[in-house]
Write a protein that binds this ligand. Structure first.
Ligand SMILES: Nc1ncnc2c1ncn2[C@@H]1O[C@H](COP(=O)(O)OP(=O)(O)OP(=O)(O)O)[C@@H](O)[C@H]1O
Ligand SMILES: [Mg+2]
Length: 263
């Protein structure tokens, strides 16, 4: 396996405040990494800094061996907020085509090849059935599949998916996860999957990156999801409870953390 993302003692500061520091991780090509942590932990910030959209205050990020931003053509990104085109009359197909055109900015129209690629990504993302319906009439879950298809344009080697499960029911969460797992195995892409609920992703992820309290830890589910490891991250007493094959994260004072809220 080759190195896909390399994070060395990374510190990010925004608006004068430290968001997180001392984040070190080596993510290999083809790994499926689940990224978890409470609201405001810095998950989206990390995604943006890997894309070179936010500066690093100290430490180093390298993506496919170069500084962030230089290899973005190898990255498919599904941002957390995707509402700006909510009411468009464009079909899902056209929405993906628009991204495909953007990717080839400056190149002449590539007719059949381009159409073939658009159909391919719509199929990979499981969105073929409604590809020709207007985007605005699609359900929230269907829109997620179209956004995934957009992220797949250009055969990315790294997919950064920021909360693709948000507002999906458990059945649709599983469908989207299976779809992404299939993409990982069939294309060998690295997956950075940001989510709040660990449970639907158990058995799917290779490792997890858990962010909390300005700190982060990366490792296997078994190693990171322990009361001791999470208490160190949160700097508070946290209990990890395993029951019925599921994991619940509970603060000592009885508040269930974000991670387990939807479990
Ligand atoms: N441009 C900015 N200027 C100042 N602070 C910012 C900026 N962008 C984000 N932040 C702050 O950085 C922190 C981390 O935000 P981020 O969006 O990365 O959290 P998150 O882990 O993705 O949370 P959520 O689960 O709610 O999506 C938050 O406290 C947020 O308010
Ligand atoms: Mg976020």
């Amino acid at each position: 396996m080759t190195n896909c993302i390399f994070l060395e003692q990374v510190e990010i500061r925004l608006g004068g405040a430290q968001i997180f520091s001392q984040l070190s991780a080596e993510i290999q090509q083809g790994e499926f990494i689940g990224v978890f942590g409470p609201n405001g932990a810095g998950k989206s910030t990390l995604a943006k800094s890997i894309l070179g959209l936010l500066p690093v205050a100290s430490g180093k990020i390298s993506v496919f061996g170069s500084s962030p931003g230089r290899n973005n053509h190898l990255i498919g990104y599904m941002p957390q907020f995707r509402t700006n085109l909510e009411n468009t009359a464009l079909s899902a197909f056209s929405m993906v085509a628009a991204v495909a055109h953007g990717n080839r900015w400056g190149l002449p129209w590539q007719g059949i090849t381009l159409k073939k690629e658009i159909l391919e990504v719509l199929k990979l993302a499981g969105a073929m059935e409604y590809a020709h319906r207007p985007f605005s009439v699609l359900s929230g879950g269907q829109k997620h599949h179209v956004a995934l298809a957009q992220a797949l344009v250009g055969k990315p080697r790294l997919l950064i998916l920021d909360e693709p499960l948000a507002s999906l029911d458990p059945g649709n969460q599983m469908r989207l996860i299976q779809c992404i797992k299939k993409i990982q195995t069939s294309t060998g892409a690295t997956i950075l999957f940001i989510a709040h609920d660990i449970n639907p992703l158990l058995g799917i992820m290779d490792r997890i990156l858990y962010m909390a309290g300005g700190n982060a830890a990366i490792g296997s589910v078994k190693r990171i999801l322990t009361s001791q490891a999470l208490s160190e991250l949160y700097r508070a007493e946290i209990h990890v409870i395993r029951a019925e094959g599921r994991i619940f994260i509970v603060a000592a004072e009885g508040n269930v953390t974000e991670t387990a809220r939807h479990a």
